[in-house]
Design a binder for this molecule. Structure first.
Ligand code: BYC
Length: 469
């Protein structure tokens, strides 16, 4: 079904024929815009930004690029097309037709999952609110804003589900999604990572590399859901998510590239000299990777989780790309889990968070291989690595244990003394902040990052991607 842009809320769900829902969403819309105004990108409301807007929901639906003022972005409700005859692909009700309405017995679990997903979207916009003032280039500034408007749309996607399928409770939850705020002492966002400040662009690239990738995995697992409207909305959201991870992977890649150039110029890998030259030394980058990767690993929940078992068995949340597996019921399988008390056999259904975390970590390796290849080609021995999934855990069996990034348990005092060898210290953060000087001349780049290989949508790099009026 094509997207109707003539309506106040662009949509492909035939909103015009559901007056009650339309009214409810039109009531929420000004609250969203108010939130965007107060909590969205600071100070760029009048700027013309070269943005892409979805024009259809198929894989080629990204045709429309043009200058848009962010508050005029057409946030709307876009679901991937329905798959005729779709049946449940996993769990105890496998093979039955998928649901077009929420079964009463799953109502509260599904609502909790949708609210948790929805909460991350505005949270990330809030976290990134001030970055525009520190942008390394107009190209990067535009990418930041593209991500921000799309996270806003992902909030719309979840709010649509809450309004359309969860009645009054859903409408209340939709209001709450605008009332909680990232880092707020009284009303914080639900998941830990979304309360961490993102106050520099190195953190943004790490966040979009690691945390948006959790988004990819969670959305893929919802794309398998028996609740068809959730599956369809997540399938479309995934097409937007790819660009966010691209910004992370190429952003870190460009930092590595620039650092290698500086190392060559200086003929040295001495971090002190590299920092004095205004670049990010590789050990410092490693600390940022450790920080954001370990924080994002918590987003998969506990290794042993009855929530995960229930969600899977009842068909609410599958594994990403469920069809790649042979067994879709998992009633008779166990997984050997590595816990602080030793190896433990856990029913597979209860270990699904860990299964997902492991495939996520494999996906994270891809960028590292690419960055390490560049380091190796430049003739250096240093290699970037991912921290062990036991490091700095705030959720699950390894919670609070003094484990180093290689996974080794240390005496608590040694761990505390050495923590800032592994994650950024206040001084490290202050140094990175000092590099963040705003660059807005078309085609120019900050000195700590290399230019990208190409511009947006085949435009040259010196195109004015953001025009500040
Ligand atoms: N922080 O059984 P457990 C994205 C809670 S990112 C705080 O261990 P479960 C995006 C948990 O809620 C994707 N609390 O885990 C990226 C539960 O609380 P209740 C976001 C946490 O339930 C970038 C309790 O601990 N989507 O889209 O199996 C930019 C025990 O839970 C955390 C989703 O997360 C944490 N890290 O799985 C923009 C999908 N971890 O219920 C966007 C929806 C766990 O007992 N959420 N807890 O009060 C879920 O599927 C699940 O809630 C989780 C946790 C995977 C998060």
């Amino acid at each position: 079904m094509s997207i109707n842009y003539a309506e106040k809320i662009p949509n492909n769900v035939d909103l015009a024929n559901d007056r009650t829902l339309q009214r409810a969403l039109e009531h929420w819309q000004p609250h969203f815009l108010e939130w965007w105004h107060e909590m969205g990108p600071s100070d760029f409301e009048k700027a013309d930004v070269y943005l892409r807007t979805a024009t259809s929901v198929d894989a080629q639906g990204w045709a429309s690029y043009g200058a848009v003022k962010m508050p005029d972005y057409r946030w709307g409700i876009f679901l991937a097309d329905q798959t005729p005859g779709r049946t449940i692909g996993f769990g105890d009700r496998m093979g039955e037709p998928v649901w077009q309405q929420v079964p009463g017995e799953h109502r509260s679990t599904l609502r909790r999952l949708i609210v948790t997903q929805g909460d991350t979207e505005p949270a990330s916009v809030e976290q990134q609110r001030l970055l525009g003032h520190l942008c390394p280039s107009l190209y990067d500034l535009r990418n930041l804003f593209q991500i921000n408007v799309e996270e806003g749309r992902h909030l719309w996607a979840m709010v649509y589900l809450l309004h359309a399928y969860f009645g009054r409770d859903g409408r209340e939850e939709a209001e709450e999604l605008l009332a909680r705020h990232s880092g707020d002492a009284d009303k914080p966002r639900i998941l830990t990572t979304f309360n961490e400040p993102i106050s520099d662009w190195l953190s943004l690239y790490c966040f979009t590399y690691f945390t948006d990738r959790d988004g990819k995995y969670q959305l893929k697992s919802f794309a398998e859901s028996a609740f068809d409207p959730l599956s369809r909305t997540c399938r479309f959201m995934l097409t937007e998510e790819a660009h966010h991870m691209f910004v992370g992977e190429t952003g870190i890649g460009r930092v590595v590239k620039r650092t290698l150039e500086v190392m060559k110029e200086l003929g040295s890998d001495d971090p002190v000299k590299i920092r004095a030259h205004g670049a990010v030394d590789l050990p410092l980058l490693q600390k940022y990777l450790n920080f954001w990767c370990s924080s994002s690993l918590d987003l998969f929940g506990s290794e042993i989780s009855s929530n995960a078992a229930t969600s899977f068995a009842s068909g609410l949340k599958g594994r990403p790309d469920e069809s790649q597996y042979q067994d879709h019921v998992l009633r008779d399988v166990v997984l050997k889990l590595d816990t602080p008390e030793g190896a433990q056999d856990v029913p597979m259904l209860n270990a699904l968070n860990e299964v997902m975390r492991e495939s996520y970590l494999k996906d994270c390796e891809i960028g590292l291989k690419r960055w390490n290849r560049a380091i190796e080609r430049a003739g250096h021995d240093f290699r970037l690595t991912l921290p062990s999934s036991r490091f700095r855990r705030a959720i699950g069996s390894w919670v609070g244990l003094p484990v180093d990034p290689t996974g080794k348990l240390l005496p608590k005092q040694e761990y505390e003394r050495r923590l800032h060898e592994w994650i950024p210290s206040n001084d490290d953060r202050a140094f990175v902040r000092s590099l963040m000087q705003k660059v807005t001349e078309p085609g120019k780049m900050a000195a700590w990052i290399a230019p990208p290989d190409r511009g947006i949508n085949n435009l040259p790099l010196d195109y004015e991607y953001v025009h500040v009026a």
